[in-house]
Design a protein. Structure first.
Length: 72
């Protein structure tokens, strides 16, 4: 799959976190991934998408991880 400009991702054990400055970039990445799986012949594709769009303050993946790992 080609990279999507402006998309940052962090793979995890149970999911992959996608981060971008706008929702369209994330949706474009999901659409491309889905199309790629179809071209590969997938018989079933299941996508679970949860959007956490903070508008009151900027937060990054790194910031959220630090809050959890640095907690007492």
């Amino acid at each position: 799959m080609r990279r999507v400009r402006g998309l940052r991702l962090v793979p995890g054990a149970m999911s992959t976190v996608l981060e971008a400055n706008d929702l369209g970039t994330v949706l474009r990445a999901v659409t491309r991934a889905h199309a790629s799986l179809r071209r590969m012949g997938a018989k079933r594709i299941s996508v679970h998408l949860r959007v956490d769009h903070r508008l009151d303050k900027p937060e990054t993946i790194e910031y959220k991880v630090r809050r959890v790992t640095d907690a007492p």
